[in-house]
Write a protein that binds this ligand. Structure first.
Ligand SMILES: O=C([O-])CC(=O)C(=O)O
Ligand SMILES: [Mg+2]
Length: 228
């Protein structure tokens, strides 16, 4: 039963990971995508979570693993068809998240009109920081999120640049499906996404709030799938 677990360990709840795409104009531009008129969504399985101390595993079928640093919004109270002006009452807090993306796989999926699950939903595709209660963040639209690879700054974004605000996203999603306590919304990546290789170290944070580090390792092709 989800309610018996503390929200501070939301990654153990097995709830939905709802990701928003193209929510920063400069990232949409660097991907060659048009600006969305309505939010774009996809899901990751809850087993995609990975915590500091465990590695990010590059899937065996991926030749171009990308980092995307994103603000995560944790739902603390069931949200069904909520209006924008009540949406923040459903937020328990925040976490820094990575939307790890098999970019070459995603390009293939886009070309073939296929879903992005292989590209975005593999095990360890959702590294998350410690939970930050909402009282510690007076305005989630005034945060600087950043990401370094091997000590070099790759991404730096300001959550004020989101195209769709957090209340809008919660309201919009909650009119499509009910958001449950323990669900996490990844609010999209700012510009600067790029490749990581095995043995690279990713460090990312919300300035003055939280940071985290992850090592990248190469996954191996399962023997049982060879020749399929
Ligand atoms: O793959 C993409 O670029 C879409 C996405 O997740 C984002 O904008 O954060
Ligand atoms: Mg993303």
């Amino acid at each position: 039963m989800a309610g018996s677990k503390p929200l501070s360990r939301f990654w153990e709840w097995g709830r939905n990971i709802v990701c928003v795409g193209r929510n920063y104009a400069e990232h949409a531009k660097e991907m060659g995508s048009a600006l969305p008129a309505e939010p774009l969504f996809f899901l990751k399985p809850s087993s995609a979570y990975v915590r500091e101390g465990s590695p990010i595993v590059r899937p065996y079928y991926c030749r171009n693993l990308h980092h995307e640093v994103e603000l995560g919004v944790l739902i603390g109270r069931r949200a069904q068809a909520v209006p924008q002006d009540a949406a923040m009452e459903h937020v328990a807090g925040y976490a820094l998240c990575l939307d790890m993306t098999a970019r070459d796989t995603q390009e293939q999926c886009k070309k073939k009109g296929l879903p992005w699950t292989l590209a975005k939903g593999f095990g360890s595709s959702c590294p998350v920081s410690d939970f930050v209660p909402k009282e510690k963040i007076p305005d989630p639209h005034k945060l600087q999120i950043w990401l370094k690879v091997n000590g070099k700054l790759r991404q730096e974004g300001d959550t004020s640049s989101m195209i769709f605000s957090i209340p809008y996203l919660i309201s919009y999603i909650s009119h499509i499906f009910t958001l449950e306590e323990g669900d996490l919304i990844l609010t999209g990546s700012p510009k600067g996404v790029g490749s990581v290789e095995a043995n690279d170290e990713i460090e990312a944070g919300i300035r003055d709030v939280v940071s985290m580090r992850f090592k990248v390792v190469q996954g191996t092709e399962p023997r049982s799938l060879k020749g399929v």
